[in-house]
Design a binder for this molecule. Structure first.
Ligand code: SAM
Length: 348
């Protein structure tokens, strides 16, 4: 992937939406299946033992995904993120990633993972050119990890994080979804990690997505409130914005910290005006805003024997429909405002 940079056309196309935002980032949810059952992600039906996962034929095949990516890259997409569900549980994932990395014009493939299979896959991911990684971790306490995720494997995830650092992934970001009375007592411990380890520890506002989450006005904590908790720990020094920071506001906890802290505030300080994202859900639907349920069905187009021009037109339709913003903070005050998509299908 890296050595292809020089082969890129000089005039890389630029894709813009109706509000002059450049759309350059495509997130692919490769599967809705996961090896964890996080309390904020699993639906009531799943908790009651009913299988509500997509069948294999409902997922886009790797060939379909590669075709969409090739067209999207020709249109101006340069950055991809693989997510899910858990992307590393999909069968033959490394073969797919290697093919993806050979698509001309992609200069950045990243992955978001729960880390359970990271020790196994880290070396191969890195060799394929996926060198930037986000790992989700909501607690540093093994017993609480089991309570939140339903699986007793904190140590495996931690080993995965250490492996990623040892191999040289950079950045390695830890994503913590902050939930009051569930894990907010660990905010100082997470912040302290960034002093000693070259991690970007990111605190994500809990979002009201899906019907089953534990989200309510009480579990939700705004980034401002989260930051306030760190005041006594040391000075929060703002860092210069890097391209890899995405929507996070990034700080160092004291001048000597090896790592950094990131605050992601989709609700309280939303970043809609600079949103560059388009999502492809695991059921093959284009979703132009995480917090809006409107989607464009790309799978039906693909399976109706379409041309590349049809794919292009469907991508453009989704981008044209990208809303100016999600107004979730206002909607929450009025009607509770949750959105009904499933995080495991959307991919975060
Ligand atoms: N399985 C992978 C993982 O755990 O990172 C990728 C999929 S997961 C849906 C992507 C991210 O979304 C995770 O960091 C997860 O914590 C986050 N997430 C899920 N539900 C959320 C919610 N309601 N609010 C905020 N973040 C959420």
């Amino acid at each position: 992937m890296k050595d292809k940079k020089n082969q890129q056309p000089v005039n890389t196309p630029v894709l813009t939406d109706m509000f002059s935002r450049t759309i350059s980032y495509l997130r692919l949810s490769l599967t809705d299946r996961c090896n964890l059952k996080c309390m904020y992600c699993v639906t009531e039906d799943e908790k009651n033992g009913c299988l509500v996962k997509l069948g294999q034929e409902e997922l886009l095949t790797y060939e379909e995904l590669l075709r969409v990516v090739r067209v999207a890259v020709e249109m101006g997409i340069t950055k991809l993120r693989l997510t899910g569900g858990e992307p590393l549980v999909r069968h033959n994932i490394m073969h797919f990633i290697s093919n993806l990395a050979s698509v001309q014009g992609i200069d950045d493939i990243r992955i978001t993972t729960n880390g359970v299979l990271l020790e196994k896959y880290a070396q191969r991911l890195f060799a394929a050119g996926v060198t930037k990684i986000n790992i989700s971790l909501d607690t540093l306490k093994p017993e609480r990890f089991t309570e939140i995720t339903g699986v007793d494997c904190f140590n495996r995830v931690w080993k995965g994080i250490e492996t990623a650092l040892a191999i040289g992934f950079s950045p390695v970001k830890l994503n913590m979804v902050v939930m009051r009375d569930i894990n907010d007592d660990e905010l100082p411990a997470f912040a302290e990690l960034s002093r000693e380890m070259p991690l970007q520890v990111r605190f994500i506002e809990f979002m009201p997505i899906g019907t089953s989450t534990r989200w309510n006005q009480n579990t939700y904590m705004s980034s401002d409130e989260i930051m306030e908790r760190f005041r006594t720990l040391g000075e929060l020094i703002p860092m210069e914005k890097q391209q890899a920071d995405g929507p996070a506001r990034v700080f160092k906890l004291g001048a000597d910290a090896v790592g950094s802290l990131g605050f992601i505030s989709p609700i309280s300080h939303h970043f809609c005006d600079r949103c560059n994202r388009l999502r492809l859900t695991s059921e093959g639907r284009l979703r132009s805003c995480l917090l809006h349920d409107e989607e464009t069905d790309l799978k039906s187009v693909l399976r109706a024997g379409c041309s590349d021009a049809d794919i292009r037109e469907t991508l453009l339709t989704a981008i044209r429909n990208k809303p100016k913003g999600h107004q979730m903070a206002e909607r929450l005050k009025e009607d509770g405002g949750d959105c009904h998509g499933r995080m495991s299908r959307i991919g975060g």
